[in-house]
Design a protein around this ligand. Sequence first.
Ligand code: SAH
Length: 239
Amino acid sequence: MADITMIKNYLVQADGQLGTDELALKFAALLDLLKEWNEKFNLTAITDDREVIIKHFIDSIVLVKPNKSQSWQTIIDIGTGAGFPGLPLAIIFPEKQLFLSDANAKKVTFLKHVRESLGLKNVTILHGRSEDLSNSKQLRESFDLAVMRALAAFPIALELSSGLVKPGGQVMYYASLKQAAEITNDMKCFKELGCALAGKYDYVLPEDMGNHTIISVNKLWKTPFKYPRAYGAMKKKPL
Ligand code: SAH
């Protein structure tokens, strides 16, 4: 069984309001499931408890820091993998709707199991490539926020996500410091996709476990229907 006190301490450190027994127990259950399923499914390369807590759980909830208002109701995590950042966000925001999407069937099986075990009623799991999800009439421009961690290079990630977000909504992207330095307002992808760079938020994880930047983007206008292109075309000629 995971060390609940350790989890609680890191949650408090991230945000005082998150230091409750209820939340710590949910994260402990998630840690146990991740370790149990990792043996069969190879879900994450990180297996040490403290590292999972910091590099997956705390890293996921950092996302709320640059957003004081947090007014989004519907959030889609694109390429969520084993559920990051989507699952921790679903745990800390029971009143918001989290849509976790991934193309990989094994990851989706794991996510469904976690949803049932933890009783996360605010989670919907979407199995499919985000290019296809983005072209579905039902989902197009329907989310308040799209989040992505370790999915693709920035212009590709923005092309994959922007069609899913409502005008007036936001996109948030986890970047390395090097990637973040290369992202500027005048990049072609912003204008082309109806978006604008809103800000960059640098942060350092506890115990020196890394420093990254969250890029936030405002979606201003409708994204032209020709985007996203097929994955091959995006990779060959990123915007
Ligand atoms: N966000 C997670 C996982 C990153 S690995 C984390 O940070 O830990 C990238 C994940 O994206 C993989 O699970 C892969 O299956 C998924 N993926 C890659 N390209 C995708 C696409 N075009 N549509 C949907 N899922 C995709």
